[in-house]
Structures are given as C-alpha cells and as structure tokens.
Design a binder for this molecule. Sequence first.
Ligand SMILES: [Zn+2]
Length: 473
Amino acid sequence: MTDHIIRLQCDAQNYPWGKEGSDSIITDFGPEASGRDWKFDENTPYAELWMTTHPNLPSKLYNNPSKLLSKHLDEHPELLGAVPGKFPKPVEGKNDKHVPFVFKILTCKQALPLQIHPDKKLAAELHARDPKKFADANHKPEIAVALTPFLGFAGFAPFDRIESNLRSVPELAQFLGGLGSYTEYLDDPTSADKLKALVKDILAMNQKSSGLVESAKDTIKAVTGLAEPEKERGGGDAQGVVRSLIERIERDGPGAVFAGTMWNQEQRQRIEKALKKTQEFYAGDPGIIVACFFMNLIELTPGEAMYVQEDGLHAWLDGQIIELMANSDDVLNAAFLEPGEKDDLNIFVDAMRCDPRPAETYKIKRQRWTMSEGAGAEVYQVPAEEFSLYHVAGESTSTTIKPLNGPTIAILTSVPSSGTATIVDKTAGSTIDVKKGQVYFIAAGTTVEFGAGVEAWAAFYDDQAREQTGDMK
Ligand SMILES: [Zn+2]
C-alpha cells in the first residue's frame, strides 16, 4: 500500500515577466516546495511555481526525486479516484496517469503576453501542425486568485464603454481614424465582427512607422497644445500616441485622458496606471491600445478570483496569484513580446472570443464549503469541469476535509510562527509535521485535517463535492 498524502518536489519557471528575487513570493515557498537547497538570485525572475503532473515541469516525489508523480500515479491509479479515463492527457506524457489540472503560483512585475488559450478543436489542429510549440491537444480554461492586490486585463469591455473610449479620447480617434475598420465599427458599435476586424487591424500595426503616424502627430499637437513629439518618439506609431496620452495625464492630472469616457474616476486612474506600466515595458506595442481602450481591467483583492474561458483574451499585469487551469500549456500570443515571437494573427483573431461584458462577470464566487468541518474551508465555484479550488486558514482551530472522489494538490502558504504545524491523514491515522511552502498530493478518498494555524490552497477534482456549499461569502 502506498501513502495517501505524498510530499512533492516542485520547480519554478523563470519567464522574463516574473517578479525578481525576493520580490517574488515564490522565493518564499521555493526552498520547501522544491525540497532542496534552492539558491535564489535577486536578478532572476521567478514567474511560476508548477504543482502538477504536466510534462513541461512535472512534480516529483520528495522521498524519491527520480520518480515523477505521474509515474507513481500510473502504478497506483486508485489514488486518482474517478479521474482516470475522464479527461485528455498531455500528449507528451500520455503513458503516465495525470491529475486533470495544472496548479501554479504566478508572479508578474510587467504584463504577460496578450494571449488566448485555444479551445479543444483548435488545440488539436495546432498540435497536429506543430507539436513542439503546441504540446497539448487540450483546452485551458483558467482561474486566477489574488494572493496580493492584482491587476489583469480580461475579455472585451462592454460595447458602450469601448465606443465611449474611442469617441472621447481625441488622440486615439485621430490615430485610428485612418483605418477603414475603425469607421465601420463606429457605424455599428455593437457588432462583434466589426470589433474583431478593428482589433485585428490594430494588432497588425507593426512597431515601425505607418501612414497613421503623421496625422496622429498633428492631432496631438492640435489637441494638447504640445510641441511635436521628439523625433525618436516617432519610431513607433502606437508609441507616440501612448506617450502623448501619458504626457497629458502628467500635465492635466489623474483621470484626464479618460475624462469623457464612461469609466468612473477610480477606473480611469486604474487604466492610466496600466497605460504607463505597459508603455514602460512595451513601448510601441499596439497591444497597449487594445488592452487599455478595449478590454476590462480587473482588480482583485486578496482572495478574490476570476475565470477566463478557452479562447478568452487576457494579459495579467501586476501582482501575485494562484493560477489553476486544465491540463494544457498551449498559448497563442498577439502582443507584449518581441515582434518575431507573436503568433499568426489570423489564427489568433479567428479563435478570439468576442463577447463584450462587464468586468464583474469575470469574477467567481467563493462559498463556505460543507465538505469541511472545524474552522472550515472556502470553495471557489469554478465553471470548468476539470478542477476547483479550496482555501483553508483556521487560525486557532483545525479544518477537516471530507473524502473527495478525485485527487488534490495543496500548497501550505502559512504555518504558525511557534509550535508545530501538522496535517493529518485521518484515513490512515498518521500525522505529518509540515513547513511553509511544502506541497502535498492528497489521494482521492482521504480524510485530511489541516492543523490550527496552517493556511493551505488546494486544487482538486470532485464534480459533486464542490457544489456542497453553505452561505455565500
Ligand atoms: Zn493565460
């Protein structure tokens, strides 16, 4: 018989947009999560900690680091309960058994690429065409839960907001005015097809000068009274316009650029902050225009969560989050990276979901979970079938989670500052002393108790149990 609670050895991805060194919460968890002496470098970005069986950075067994969790599950499929055979596996590791999700801690100091994750059909096509780049033939709906205050772009803002942005920011109107798709969209401002055509034209602008630049410069001069932008500024069309907008914010104060729009003062300032932040890292990238003038900018306070469906446009901007998604690492990128790294815009825009709606509709509820006893857990109502998430944070009382019919992976994000911290396998009657940052696999059918003072975030599969909720939070 094998243990039902198994400590894992996990590793981090060093994507360039991650927070660096001790700014990244991952360095806080890393030594215990990795289970080895992890030497952190203050200048290295620690973007994502992966807790998963996915072959792109698979977790291993802490007690036997030469063995992948996916191999162990292949030898002991009963640990996965109802999962085997239910969901597509990663193509690469198809001979092993998998949890149906990728669980991450993610940190970002600058915008991630403006991206979508292809739906199942497109993912299969892309994988067949280029299996190296698109490792999976699976979709990737995902949730983000804030660990620190978090800002991210997700989906298109409601039509009336987009229209008011386009009509009330003169620099933008002039900048886009030369595009046929701009006029066509404003003639029919609730047409998703016309919106897509305009967004495609903007994303297709390269970062070199185009015919639009000169006319935009004239307008900037007329509207703002500023002298013509310096010569080097003209290197990019989007760059000059965004710089002029930032100058106007600085000159006229917070809220100035979006003053005529439908955003309230708080929202205006948030978007202006995003405008500056994206310009700081991606000057000249036309994705700045798409993100700041067409999309929802969503702010999450710690504990709040949002959900992005397959094919949903998004770009996280700043903060540290829990991220949880279906078993895929496929992505299509259209902005906020080197021009040569952008994906085919035709495929991107064809697939891109275009259902403008308010930011609030991206947020998902957390509720008191009746599968928990004692101090209790909160469970997130994730629309995706493959995964859900619970959070335990009993300060002076322990929390017991009743058996689930699928697997769980939990990271311990806080333990009491004094005394012992434990989790208890109540099914087997064994107690484990734990430390902050450790990551555990918990088998289907296990009753687990998180000791007093232990805070844990846990990704799990159980399509029935996650509905067992009490009062709304
Ligand atoms: Zn994503």
